[in-house]
Design a binder for this molecule. Structure first.
Ligand code: HMG
Ligand code: MG
Length: 308
């Protein structure tokens, strides 16, 4: 497999930590520009508690704005922390079917947990085990409604609260998610702490846990890597991951998504690896993407203009 799959997470991960709330129509415009770049997937928003993430409290409205123009082929996804979030996603799909005749507006939901207890508690007010229990009915119901399920594992190398994370801790959570029937595992270097040396054993552990099944029942890679570029090592980590066989990555147009734990007063930490940097790293490794470079430049400029 020499083509690399890209999910652009700018509308979700890029905007969830911004102090300013971006208008729904601007979020929809960002998603539309991002989908024109020909990424495989756009992570549009989250159906989470607006008390926790007020920035994405308009998820249903943003999807509603996208419904009339969703092109063939692109996958729209959204984060859901629990059954309530999934029900909101199902309702959005019902409305899109009723009003626009679309078979499925949201194709994939993403549940999220962590390899560290400290992060799990801060992010979801639940232990890792409690998050996993929450996911069981979510996975079954999402599949009943024809949606794929991605399972994020945060803090795969280091946690801002618990420090260094053992690769086996990541592998153990990953095995539980796979046993549950989750279609895709997404390994998150949440604070951008990874270097090629520290991420290598984690990827090797993950590949091992896949047990020779690099693609899922939808024909997509089962393993995705989600890098933040806080300390400037994300590009090197992409190349190492490509060497180890990873063929699916997340990135964000304009590099939106600065980690709140790494930013300081007046100095914004770099965010998710930018889609431009990811495409460049993939090309340098001799592999290809389907990305339209001109469209990507336009999406990146629009994304950067949304944040101050
Ligand atoms: P909680 O406070 O423990 O639970 O939150 P709760 O059941 O008491 O709910 C609190 C309130 O939220 C209640 O409202 C619920 O009804 C409501 P109230 O009764 O007080 O009016 N609520 C909801 N509202 C809308 N949608 C829902 C929902 N669920 C409950 N789905 C909870 C637990 C999980 C809900 C909360 O902690 C939460 O929403 N957390 C989300 C945090 C988040 O989105 N973090 C960012 C995404 S993860 C990430 O960025 C990492 C990643 O990028 C990968 C990486 O980089 O590593 C993916
Ligand atoms: Mg992230």
């Amino acid at each position: 497999m020499d083509t690399v799959r890209i999910t652009d997470v700018a509308p979700r991960d890029g905007l969830q930590g911004e102090s300013a709330i971006v208008a729904a129509r601007d979020k929809a415009q960002l998603a539309m520009l991002v989908q024109k770049t020909a990424v495989a997937e756009v992570e549009v928003s989250s159906f989470v508690s607006p008390k926790w993430i007020p920035q994405l409290g308009d998820a249903a409205e943003v999807f509603g704005l996208l419904a009339p123009t969703k092109p063939e082929g692109v996958i729209y996804s959204a984060l859901v922390p629990n059954e309530r979030g999934l029900d909101a996603a199902i309702e959005v799909n019902r409305a899109a079917r009723r009003e626009h005749g679309i078979e499925r507006l949201i194709d994939k939901v993403s549940v999220f947990t962590a390899a560290s207890e400290g992060f799990s508690l801060k992010n979801t007010n639940a232990t890792i085990e409690e998050t996993l229990q929450r996911f069981v009915p979510v996975v079954a119901k999402a599949h009943e409604h024809g949606m794929m399920v991605r399972g994020y594992i945060s803090c795969i190398v280091q946690c801002p609260f618990d420090g260094i994370i053992a690769p086996e801790a990541v592998g153990d959570v990953m095995s539980r998610l796979l046993e549950m029937g989750i279609d895709e595992i997404d390994l998150g270097d949440t604070i951008g702490a990874a270097t090629p040396e520290t991420i290598e054993p984690v990827i090797m552990e993950a590949v091992d846990r896949l047990d020779g099944e690099p693609t899922n029942s939808f024909g997509d890679p089962t393993l995705t890597l989600h890098l933040h570029d806080t300390f400037g090592h994300a590009g090197e980590c992409v190349k190492l991951a490509l060497d180890l066989g990873v063929r699916s990555f997340d990135s964000s147009a304009g590099g939106l998504g600065g980690c709140p734990y790494a930013s300081t007063e007046g100095s914004r930490a770099p965010g998710n690896i930018s889609t431009l940097a990811l495409v460049q790293a993939i090309k340098e490794a001799g592999l290809s993407t389907d990305i339209d470079q001109d469209a990507l430049i336009e999406a990146s400029a629009f994304a950067s203009g949304l944040i101050k």
